[in-house]
Structure formats: C-alpha cells, structure tokens
Design a protein around this ligand. Structure first.
Ligand code: LRH
Ligand code: MN
Ligand code: MN
Length: 388
C-alpha cells in the first residue's frame, strides 16, 4: 500500500481554477434565490475567490466569462487579482445570449452572423493578451431542435472554418479548448456533442487546440474515465470543467453526486500523465450554487478534488499492474478499491497545517466573519451572468 507520506509532496502544486460565475446568484428557470453578500462586480467575485485560495492553497486563478465579466481595463483587473494573490485564468467566450445566435453562432448559415461570433472570440483573445491568460474556452449552444431543421454536415464544415479563423489569431503561448455537451439548449442535435467531435475539430486545427471535458456534459452511465484515458493518450486533453450531476447538466459541487466517479477520473488523469506541474491539463470548476452559500460551496469543491486526488495517488500502481498482467481480476479491483476506501481526511488536515493552512478550511471560513461582513456591505448582488 502506498503511504500518504510518499505522495504528499505531489499535492503541493495542485491548482484548481474557480469560475467567476460561481460567486454570483444562479438558479433554475423556475427561480433564482439570492444569497446575502452576493458580489455586485467582478472585483467582488475575485475578492471572494481569494478567500477560497487563502484558506485552501488550491485555487490560485479565476476564470472570466465574457461579456459577463466585461470591464474597461483588463490589465487593471489583472493587477487587482494579483494584489489578492490570484491570477486571471481561462477566458470563456459566450455566444449563447444574443438574439443574433438564435440559429447558431460559429455554425450559422449567414456569414455575417458567423463573423460576429468570430469577432467576439477575437475580442476574447485581446482580453487574454491583457490579462496574460493562456486558455480560450469555447462552448457553443449551437444545435437544432428538430430533424431536418439544419444541415448537420454543413454546420460541421462552417464550424471548422470559423474555428480555423479563431485559431489563426492565437499567440504562441495561447490555447483554444473546445468544450462538448450532448444536449441543451438544443435538444435534437448539438454541433459539438461529444469528445469525438471536439477531438476531430481540434485535431484539424493544430497543437494549440485541445478538448475541454466538462464532467456534467455526458449521458448517464457514460464511462468518463475512459474518455480521459483516450484523450490523454492522444495528447488532446486540455482542461476539465468539474462539477457533478444527478440528472442533466446539474452543475452541482464536484464529487457530491459520485465521489467514486471523481476518483476514477483522477486516477486516469494521474495514470496518463495529466497531473503535476508539467502537465498540460488545466483543472477548473464549472458550477453554480443555487441554494447553498457560494464561498463555502467553492471551498468544499476544491477540497473534494484534493481528497479524491490524494486517494487516486495512493493507488499502488506496481501492484495493480502486476495483478492486471496476471489476470487477477478481483485482486486488481481490490487494489483500486483499497485506495478509494482510504480515509485521507486526517492526513490532509495535518498536511495542510504543516503548509501553514487551516486544518479545516470550511470551519476556518465559518469562523472568519467574512460572510457576515459581505452580507452587511453588499446590497443587490447580481445573478451569475444572466443578469449581468
Ligand atoms: C455550458 C457550460 C459552459 C458555459 C458554462 C456557463 O453548459 O458548461 O462551460 O460556459 O456552462
Ligand atoms: Mn462547462
Ligand atoms: Mn455545462
């Protein structure tokens, strides 16, 4: 059995990017419940994100969503984040809230609409140049609701052309990550529904284009860890949007619905060389906190990722390989399960203290008084994006 002491140094470099929109109010199409202290500006979102990093050491960057997080001066926003110990990370484009995109954005039949969507991505790249961000994340709401509504093949071709135009503007250190999702808001077909389509599109672009895997974007029962293994094998896993789901794209706290699935995913990440300071795989959260408080929700999320990463690092890989090669079915399964069932919470608490962090970041936040302070100070917090 691998010991905690033998793997703890690998935890030091773990970094999980927080989504700015997780700090805003969000909800379902039925109701948006507000939370006292909800940020009114991107600066306040960043300030809340800084609390998460301060207490966990796990979340040194914040992702922006444009235009939700639009400001006049991105360099100044970057300095503001820097003063709080954070950097600005992935820039997410947004072509899903404009009337012009009712029938598609990068796939639209009208060249003028496609150009508008391409120009939006150029704007995102300019923002990245100012913030020093490396990743442009593209998720498209493009798709159709009825068979025959659109030419699904022509849409792929137009998508390829539009993506090539965007790719051509990337700087040397910048990457394009293409996120897939099998349904919603379109219900018959989605133009980037699965990892295979995303892979086909990014492979045609070049080395700086990769796939983004959002854990909530698969049909129930999908073996996500297999997708992770395959994309790492192909050198095309760029990033994760972590969250968890019971039914659809629930955007619940990562590891809440199925901690074992998170463990299996992280095991394949580690197995495939996707973990560690030299790894090209970016870890991000993509979540909404509809009824729970947002800052503790984010703290819990990054701790869940850390906890399952630790358990995945504990897998005795030599013993596992030997059992697999020997055809020892239950022995191999037992080795994996031994690591999964290991309660690492006490070891992690002690390790955090040794790093100068609170043993229990959730308790430390509750005791800090920050939630009360923002509830008193901030009035009229905004919806996450939709109201921005
Ligand atoms: C789409 C998605 C995508 C968006 C975010 C708000 O469902 O996962 O990443 O940018 O939600
Ligand atoms: Mn996502
Ligand atoms: Mn989603």
């Amino acid at each position: 059995m691998t010991t905690f002491e033998s793997i703890s140094d690998q935890l030091e470099a773990q970094a999980i990017e927080l989504p700015s929109w997780a700090f805003g109010n969000s909800g379902t199409r039925f109701k948006v419940f507000t939370t006292p202290g909800t940020p009114r500006t991107i600066e306040e979102k960043i300030s809340d994100a800084a609390r998460v990093h301060e207490l966990t050491g796990l979340a040194p960057s914040v992702a922006l969503h444009i235009p939700w997080d639009k400001v006049d001066d991105y360099a100044a926003l970057g300095r503001y984040a820097g003063d709080l110990g954070l950097s600005l990370g992935t820039v997410n484009s947004n072509t899903f809230q404009d009337d012009a995109y009712k029938f598609g954005s990068l796939t639209h039949t009208d060249a003028a609409v496609r150009q508008k969507a391409i120009d939006h991505h150029f704007e995102c790249l300019e923002i990245m140049n100012e913030t020093g961000s490396n990743d442009l994340k593209i998720w498209l709401a493009d798709g159709t609701n009825y068979p025959g509504q659109g030419d699904i093949r022509g849409r792929q071709d137009r998508l390829a052309d539009s993506l090539a135009a965007i790719y051509g503007r990337l700087g040397d250190n910048q990457r394009l990550v293409l996120e897939y999702k099998f349904f919603e808001p379109a219900f018959y077909h989605t133009d980037v529904p699965d990892w295979g389509t995303s892979y086909a599109q990014v492979a045609a672009l070049g080395d700086q284009a990769l796939v983004c895997l959002d854990t909530g974007h698969h049909a129930p029962g999908t073996n996500i860890e297999f997708i992770v293994a395959q994309l790492l094998r192909l050198g095309k896993l760029g990033s994760f949007d972590f969250n968890s789901r019971f039914y659809a794209d629930d955007d619940l706290i990562v590891g809440a619905a199925d901690p074992f699935q998170l463990f299996r995913i992280l095991y394949e990440v580690i197995r495939g060389g996707g973990f560690g300071p030299d790894s090209p795989v970016a870890f991000m959260l993509d979540q909404c906190h509809n009824v729970e408080e947002k800052i503790p929700g984010q703290i819990r999320s990054v701790l869940n990722v850390q906890e399952m990463t630790t358990r995945a690092l504990l897998v005795d890989r030599d013993a596992l390989t030997a059992a697999q090669d020997a055809g020892d079915v239950l022995g191999a399964n037992g080795i994996l399960m031994d690591a999964f069932y290991t309660d690492v919470r006490a070891d992690l608490a002690a390790w955090r203290e040794s790093c100068g962090l609170p043993a229990d970041p959730m308790a430390a936040f509750a005791a800090s008084g920050y939630q009360q302070k923002i509830a008193d100070e901030r009035v009229g917090g905004r919806q996450a994006g939709w109201g921005a």
